[in-house]
Design a protein around this ligand. Structure first.
Ligand code: DX5
Ligand code: ZN
Length: 219
């Protein structure tokens, strides 16, 4: 299976959002990664439903929504209606994670769980067969442009082991500080999806940057 690239729209130019969405449509990237923050679970507010709706209207690739919000259950239905294909909630924000995962699937979306850098992957052992995607945070969530936490490699390997042990099909997504410098090592450790914000959107030529990253991780 090919490794997927999911550009994080948080790093796009919001005054030229349609232009940046079209760029991703034209590119070799595979998904749109959309970060929604509530200013409570994380110390930042990104954007909400109207912007998500505007994005999904133009986006022609799967929509991977990463919600950094408390009590995400309240909005599962709305995210599905707005066009999310994958919805990742935070382990740390869910009191009844198993129920939340069922609710996401009941709305026809793939169920993802994001975990903070301090959260041990072993906590997912009992739900792994219900999780389509684990979003391993390789920075503390809240902001783009932070530096990659090296401990992530170890977590990927541990998570891969849990997935194999349980015969699960869960994909591993890495989110935060991903660049061409760590991409190959992440894939070698077992990553299936790489989220990249600043590395792509602050590049001189984002299209070429995506193309080169794709060649690097898929050859
Ligand atoms: C951080 C977000 C990330 C972020 C990644 O809270 O979840 O998706 O946008 O941005 P970079 O790649 O710039 O670290
Ligand atoms: Zn994210």
């Amino acid at each position: 299976m090919s490794i997927k690239i999911a550009p994080s729209i948080l790093a796009a130019d919001f005054a030229n959002l349609q232009r940046d969405i079209e760029m991703i449509n034209q590119s070799e990237a595979h998904w749109f990664h959309i970060d929604i923050m509530d200013g409570v679970f994380v110390p930042n507010i990104s954007f909400g439903m109207p912007v998500l709706q505007a994005i999904t209207k133009h986006a022609k690739k799967p929509i991977d929504v990463h919600v950094m919000i408390i009590d995400p259950d309240r909005y599962i239905k709305i995210f599905a209606e707005l066009g999310a294909n994958i919805l990742s909630v935070h382990y740390e924000a869910c009191t009844h994670l198993h129920r939340t995962l069922q609710a996401i699937k009941a709305e026809g979306m793939q169920a993802g769980v994001a975990i903070n850098p301090h959260t041990n992957v072993s906590l997912l052992e009992d739900t792994i067969n219900n999780i389509d995607l684990v979003c391993l945070m390789s920075v503390n969530p809240g902001f783009g442009g932070q530096s990659f936490i090296e401990n992530t490699y170890k977590k990927i390997k541990q998570l891969k082991e849990i997935i194999h042990r349980n015969g699960a099909y869960t994909k591993i997504e890495i989110d935060g500080g991903v660049t061409d410098k760590n991409a190959s090592q992440l894939v070698a450790a077992g990553a299936d999806v790489l989220v990249a914000g600043n590395f792509i959107f602050k590049a001189e030529n984002p299209l070429v940057t995506i193309q080169e990253l794709n060649t690097q991780i898929n050859s």
